[in-house]
Design a binder for this molecule. Structure first.
Ligand code: GDP
Length: 372
């Protein structure tokens, strides 16, 4: 039986040869699947990466080369279609695809900000949409519209589907995004809103034409096409083990924590980041997962403190042996700004504040105009 098999999670073609490539399962897993007498609808086949993501919320790097991704985007540019770009509001910088517009040509792009449930309830939704629109523009994306959703809670998913109907003009819809933006969760929401679970399994079996992709039939013979996620390697997630990643990933709305600060004071965010405040007086509001330790010390003691307490008071990381050394960068805020650590969260500082930020080498940190 040489029927090709596809992962029900990501749509990649199942293979047992290369564990670093998409669709990998162990030969024994595949054997068990093939020997199972259940009907196709009852049986589940997930690649190792999807299996781990589903069960442990762990990220395993899979080598989807930029080349493949560009090929995919390029193939979209030849189609007459609407592009739906899912970004993660909690990790915008880690999930935006700069240059997306260039790759997909003159396609309409609808920008979807997912995980809105993580922002404090007090946040003004219109301001947020304006912010997302401005950010899209900065990244060269001429969004036809934007919407905030929560795939997990189902917030605005109906509204999103109406928007898709409105902008697709009877054409196909391509959903693109980096991994971990919640694209799969959102797609599953959309599928279950339209169909029952049995259909989810069957739709997952339709192989794509260019790269492996999942096609979801729309009412008029067109499809909503879930494309594979591209991995941004400089997200903090790639430097943490499964447990630590769980600790760092917010599940509830962020609860802002504000500090009044003096010159020569330092704040550690667990053992994952360090901020030295360089003004005589300022304040900073941290937006990170509730329960993550925020520890204040004198800057003059900070090096010693880190060395001594990394892995105990300053944890995560729990495993310090392979954790990268800090590298630092100084930021000056000209307006109210956020210093963003990709995947960890951000701190908001007022105009005029100067901060020296330390993050593990390989993780990216940047400054933006404040989201809140
Ligand atoms: P994908 O890699 O883009 O397909 O992302 P997944 O759908 O696998 O989701 C990645 C992670 O984000 C998982 O831990 C999800 O539970 C989480 N997630 C997805 N959507 C939401 C959301 O709307 N809110 C929150 N808080 N988490 C979400």
């Amino acid at each position: 039986n040489d029927e090709k098999l596809y992962c029900m999670g990501c749509g990649a073609q199942i293979q047992t040869e290369d564990k670093d490539k998409p669709g990998y399962v162990q030969a024994s897993t595949l054997k068990k699947y093939l020997e199972d007498d259940g009907t196709d609808e009852e049986k589940e086949l997930f690649c190792k990466r999807c299996f781990r993501l589903r069960n442990y919320n762990e990220i395993t790097d899979v080598d989807v080369s930029d080349d493949d991704f560009l090929k995919l985007l390029d193939s979209i540019s030849d189609e007459d279609a609407l592009v739906v770009n899912v970004v993660d509001i909690f990790d915008y910088e880690g999930s935006v695809i700069p240059g997306l517009q260039r790759f997909v040509g003159d396609k309409k792009i609808l920008v979807v900000g997912n995980k809105v449930d993580l922002l404090p309830n007090s946040v003004n939704q219109n301001r947020l949409l304006n912010w997302l629109q401005q950010k899209s523009k900065e990244n060269g994306i001429k969004s036809v519209d934007q919407i905030m959703v929560s795939a997990v809670k189902g917030t605005n998913v109906d509204k999103l589907m109406d928007m898709i109907e409105k902008y697709r003009d009877g054409k196909d819809v391509y959903v693109v995004g980096t991994t971990n933006t919640g694209k799969s969760t959102l797609i599953n929401r959309i599928i279950s809103a339209r169909t029952d679970v049995k259909d989810l399994i069957t739709t997952s079996r339709f192989p794509g034409t260019t790269l492996d992709q999942i096609d979801i039939p729309l009412d008029d013979g067109h499809n909503l096409i879930d494309t594979p996620g591209i991995i941004h390697r400089y997200q903090l997630a790639h430097f943490l083990n499964a447990n630590d990643l769980k600790t760092v990933t917010p599940k509830k709305p962020l609860r802002p924590a504000t500090f009044q600060l003096r010159d020569e004071q330092t704040i550690f965010v667990a053992g994952l980041a360090r901020f030295d405040f360089l003004n005589e007086r300022t304040n900073a509001t941290f937006y990170v997962t509730q329960g993550l330790p925020l520890h204040r010390t004198k800057t003059s003691n900070a090096d010693e403190f880190y060395e001594k307490h990394l892995g105990d008071i300053l944890t995560p990381p729990t495993d310090v042996t392979e954790f990268p050394k800090f590298k630092s960068q100084i930021f000056s805020a000209h307006e109210k700004s956020d210093i963003v650590i990709y995947g960890l969260g951000w701190l908001t500082i007022p105009a005029g504040t100067k901060v020296k930020a330390y993050v593990p080498d390989g993780v990216r940190v940047s400054i933006r105009n404040a989201i809140i």
